[in-house]
Design a protein around this ligand. Structure first.
Ligand code: SF4
Length: 91
């Protein structure tokens, strides 16, 4: 397993960010398009199944850019909740 992955047991999340937001990738939806990586290379990397997984360095990116990366996903596979458990994206 890649040591740069934030949660070794749940490589596609959910992970909790410093902001308290929760982020995860729905692996059933992800088609490996890589658009999320283009927007936030600190947050994601594709695994050997071409599914997006979440990097430790996601904490170095802003929540605003991470939300942009979720919006950029063509199949809306990236899900974000705020610290209160409210859905931020997709609505
Ligand atoms: S943009 Fe969406 S479909 Fe493409 S790799 Fe990222 S999560 Fe998967």
């Amino acid at each position: 397993m890649d040591p740069k992955i934030k949660d070794q047991k749940n490589p596609s999340g959910p992970v909790t960010l410093k902001s308290g937001h929760k982020v995860w990738v729905d692996r059933n939806l992800c088609i490996g398009a890589g658009t999320c990586i283009a927007v936030s290379p600190k947050a994601y990397v594709l695994d050997n199944e071409a599914k997006a997984t979440i990097l430790n360095s996601i904490d170095d990116d802003s929540i605003e850019n991470i939300i942009e990366s979720a919006k950029a996903c063509p199949v809306a596979a990236i899900i974000i909740e705020d610290a209160q458990g409210n859905r931020v994206f997709p609505k």
